[in-house]
Design a protein around this ligand. Structure first.
Ligand SMILES: Cc1cc2nc3c(=O)[nH]c(=O)nc-3n(C[C@H](O)[C@H](O)[C@H](O)COP(=O)(O)OP(=O)(O)OC[C@H]3O[C@@H](n4cnc5c(N)ncnc54)[C@H](O)[C@@H]3O)c2cc1C
Length: 454
């Protein structure tokens, strides 16, 4: 498709955020103006070429940060608005935790009740074991002392859901231009505002720009001349309130590698006692992880975590473990080729043993199944902000950046809220994620989970 010469809104990146935004914005503009909205989505490759196209697809509310939970509750509502188009399975989600996390998860449960998000909380070893065995008879984790069972949420099929969003956007007049790489921005002398976007297919003049490029945000951020170092006033995490703690200067971006893989068991293998698709299981534990077959100690001590759910792309069961930090400066990380095609950044050699062993520790049916692990490159890098939480904000007068700090496939509703902000509203749900929070020390609280996104 040829690049138009101009558009009111240019959205960069064809992942979950741009596509959801394009859909909602075209709806709102259509209703307001009664004519064809001028929204163009540009992607250097195509729909789903980034993190959204390889995401495991887990949709949950379980976050320790109240602001994240409220935002996720909104997004779950958007997933539920058209499960068929989004290939969304509303099977629920379970956070299964050891005693170290009990208090944090109890707080999440209490706050879920306060915002009306339906969940059940089970406490104590015996009750947790009984509860899990009612769902899957072969449950065998021993150190679980709390289970948070979210009745909403579940998982969606990555690429299929993006195609569903793209179809909605196209039906409302949005143009999606693949194979069009953004290379720079044009500004008038002395002006902050961007008046045109430069690409390898030519230049497109525009009124407003949205950058939603997942792990490539580092590059677009640099093209916009935004700060590479950020002053973060830390002190103690204070749940969004300002503080007068000491300021430290840190790099704006860091990369982590997501560890994910697939066990090629029969697709019907992971079912509940009633023959249903089970909820997504997220299990954290401090139990030593020992491979029963070889006797090898996989994790001797400390907390570990895994998640898993049925998979559609490969058949079987898909999931992951905690990511690892890439020990390079952000500008040294080669994001392309991305995901499983990267020669450098895919799931580590130790991941399959750890993940398969953890699944076997959770459910007896996975014992002796390590040989069914799909031995192909998997996973991909994520670009994280200084506090590992999203930044949703306006820069350079007319550029909106959606930098989700790798939380984002589940956040299908963020595009809707950004659409409203582009048209002049202020979203209370997005307010806690402004860039100025670093300088103000208005940071989010952090939990005891081994994951940087919990
Ligand atoms: C392995 C893995 C598993 C994950 N699992 C989950 C999960 O289960 N649940 C969850 O909620 N989140 C998950 N995430 C995180 C989630 O996938 C991302 O946070 C989210 O998809 C980012 O969406 P996005 O729209 O910002 O960007 P992306 O989906 O990454 O899309 C960015 C697009 O921008 C394009 N682009 C880049 N540079 C340019 C340029 N210069 N010009 C034009 N186009 C450009 C790319 O081609 C790409 O298509 C996972 C991430 C990874 C890596």
């Amino acid at each position: 498709m040829a690049l138009p010469q101009s558009a009111d809104y240019v959205l960069i990146g064809a992942g979950i955020h741009s596509l959801s935004l394009a859909w909602r914005l075209s709806d709102l503009l259509g209703a307001r103006n009664g004519n064809d909205p001028s929204i163009v989505v540009l992607d250097k490759s195509d729909i789903g070429a980034g993190a959204s196209g390889i995401a495991c697809g887990v949709v949950r509310n379980n976050y320790f940060q109240p602001a994240m939970r409220e935002l996720m509750a909104h997004s779950v509502g958007v997933w539920e608005s058209d499960p068929e188009a989004f290939h969304y399975q509303s099977v629920g989600y379970m956070q299964i935790s050891p005693e170290t996390m009990h208090e944090d998860v109890a707080q999440i449960y209490a706050e879920q009740q306060a915002i009306g998000y339906e969940s059940t909380f089970v406490e104590g070893k015996d009750d947790c074991r009984r509860y899990m065995k009612k769902i899957v008879e072969d449950w065998q984790m021993e150190d679980t002392t709390s289970v948070l069972h979210e009745k909403r949420g579940g998982f969606a099929h990555n690429q299929a859901s993006l195609e569903g969003l793209a179809a909605k956007a196209r039906a409302r007049g949005v143009q999606i231009v693949p194979q069009c790489r953004v290379t720079g921005f044009q500004r008038d002398n002395g002006s902050q505002a961007v008046r045109a976007v430069e690409t390898d297919q030519g230049t497109i003049a525009c009124e407003q720009i949205v950058v939603a490029v997942g792990p490539w945000v580092r590059d677009l951020w640099a093209m916009l001349d935004l700060p590479q170092q950020v002053s973060v006033r830390s002190g103690q995490e204070n749940n969004g309130q300002e503080n007068n703690g000491k300021a430290t200067t840190v790099p704006m971006w860091r990369y982590w590698q997501l560890e994910e893989g697939v066990l090629q068991v029969d697709p019907s293998y992971q079912q509940t006692n009633d023959g249903e698709t089970p909820p997504v299981f997220h299990v954290d534990s401090e139990q030593p992880l020992i491979d029963k077959q070889s006797g090898k100690e996989i994790v001797k001590e400390g907390i570990w975590g895994v998640y898993y759910k049925p998979d559609r792309n490969f058949g079987g069961v898909q999931g992951g473990a905690a990511p690892y930090k890439i020990d390079l400066e952000a500008d040294e990380v080669a994001v392309d080729p991305y995901g499983p095609e990267s020669p450098q950044f895919t799931a580590s050699k130790t991941f399959p043993d750890m993940w398969c062993c953890a699944l076997a520790a959770c459910q007896q049916r996975f014992e002796g199944k390590r040989s069914l692990y799909l031995e192909e490159p998997s996973g991909g890098v994520g670009c994280f902000t200084p506090d590992s939480f999203p930044v949703f904000d306006r820069f350079c007068d007319n550029v909106y950046v959606i930098a989700d700090s790798n939380h984002g496939y589940k956040m299908i509703g963020v595009g809707h809220l950004v659409a409203e902000e582009l048209l002049g509203a202020t979203s209370a749900l997005l307010e806690p994620f402004r860039f100025a929070r670093y300088e103000r020390g208005a940071l989010h609280p952090t939990s005891k989970s081994p994951f940087p996104w919990s």
